[in-house]
Design a protein. Structure first.
Length: 118
């Protein structure tokens, strides 16, 4: 599960524990409720394994939950904004090292056939 793309990576993520945690889940769940979601590592892993189709993510970090909601509602907008910010901040890297592609997360959204961008 650690090879799945995640929108935000940080030290406290349950991403590396997701396979272990999912071992305690039934094979099919009507709705997965993640009370301490963080960046939703368990929900992302459960979705990838098709354990559930509906999810409820909760966390005290309201800006993080708002970011996750934006990713769900308009993934292309957030990917394009992220790529734009990345490109603006790393112009010198492009010139110096020839690094000329958007960040992986932005490419993943644009390359995912399940996502239709406007």
């Amino acid at each position: 599960m650690s090879n799945l793309p995640h929108p935000v990576q940080y030290q406290g993520s349950k991403r590396n524990l997701a396979s272990f945690i999912l071992g305690f889940f039934p094979d099919k769940i009507d709705r997965l409720v993640e009370p301490f979601a963080g960046t939703g590592a368990i929900s992302i892993a459960a979705s990838a394994r098709q354990y559930a189709q509906r999810f409820w993510l909760n966390d005290l970090n309201q800006p993080l939950i708002e970011l996750l909601q934006l990713i769900i509602d308009d993934p292309c907008e957030i990917a394009d904004t992220y790529a734009s910010i990345w490109n603006e901040q790393h112009e010198d890297l492009k010139e110096t090292y020839g690094y000329n592609h958007p960040p992986r997360a932005a490419r993943d959204v644009r390359d995912d056939s399940r996502i239709t961008c406007r």
